[in-house]
Write a protein that binds this ligand. Structure first.
Ligand code: ARG
Length: 271
């Protein structure tokens, strides 16, 4: 069936837009209007979020300053992001922007990347393993997110209210948000997500969103954090449209990669 193919087209066009400086920004919505009505990507609502509450939320730009993905601080020297983000731009061109809530300011720090680790097995977001860790040059002076324990299932209980953060697309037609935004989305059961997406893999992915849609991540949010409290349970990976009924956001299941992330996050003497 054609659905996975269509999804990768969406993914690819999102990445191209981002890299081309043309577009992209933000993300997220809250439930209110009828997202299914138009039958196309649509992000409704969402709230401005604060880095004081989520200091580990960062974004990635190319060397021209164009934001193309989100990421999340996991140690003083490393950020986690999506593998498809890490591969969208050459290592030398990636910049990690930390401590900047509003893209139009020059607050915070812009760091270059010395090392890119991509999960083994990664080929395409719809096949799982969509996670990478970037080691930065210098120090990230902001509080990291907590990691779940390896294989922790409790963090993924159905209905748990999680928060997704990002600077990606905020509205149908591509209005940009200059600000960090967030939306609350409940964790979806494996069985429900499997019926929403035939490519769903419970070992490497987790879904979050309301059955009726409305609140979701969107293009440009990839790589950003899905947290419960300050614990990172997911990384924005893919979705069919944005905020559509019956199409929750799909996230990389962080607990599966906790040991890998910890190993990569360890500050190195040389780097
Ligand atoms: N792949 C998109 C990106 O690269 C993220 C899509 C997330 N979509 C969703 N409906 N949750 O930014």
């Amino acid at each position: 069936m054609a659905v996975p193919f269509r999804r990768s087209l969406l993914l690819a066009s999102g990445a191209l837009l981002a890299v081309a400086a043309v577009a992209v920004p933000v993300v997220v919505g809250t439930a209110s209007a009828d997202p299914a009505a138009a039958g196309q990507p649509r992000i409704v609502g969402g709230d401005k979020a604060s880095l004081a509450d989520h200091p580990y939320a960062v974004y990635l730009t190319d060397s021209g300053g164009n934001q193309f993905c989100g990421a999340v601080i996991v140690s003083s020297t490393a950020v986690a992001t999506a593998a498809h983000c890490a591969k969208a731009v050459a290592k030398e061109e990636i910049r990690v922007v930390a401590g900047r809530e509003d893209k139009r300011t020059d607050e915070g720090d812009v760091l270059t990347v010395s090392k890119v680790w991509v999960s083994k097995g990664y080929s395409d977001p719809t096949k799982g393993d969509d996670i990478a860790v970037l080691t930065v040059r210098g120090q990230l002076g902001y509080r990291p997110a907590q990691l779940p324990d390896s294989g922790d299932a409790a963090a993924y209980r159905e209905g748990t209210k999680a928060t997704v953060l990002g600077w990606g697309r905020i509205a149908d037609g591509g209005d940009r948000s200059d600000y960090l935004r967030s939306a609350v989305v409940p964790v979806v059961s494996d069985s429900a997500c499997r019926s929403d997406y035939n490519v769903y893999d419970a070992k490497t992915m987790v879904c979050a969103g309301y059955a009726e849609g409305g609140a979701d991540a969107c293009q440009g949010d990839s790589g950003g954090p899905l947290v419960v409290g300050d614990t990172l349970i997911g990384i924005v990976s893919f979705g069919d449209g944005c905020g559509k009924a019956g199409k929750p956001g799909v996230y990389t299941r962080v607990s599966t990669y906790a040991d890998d992330i910890k190993a990569q996050a360890k500050p190195r003497l040389l780097g």
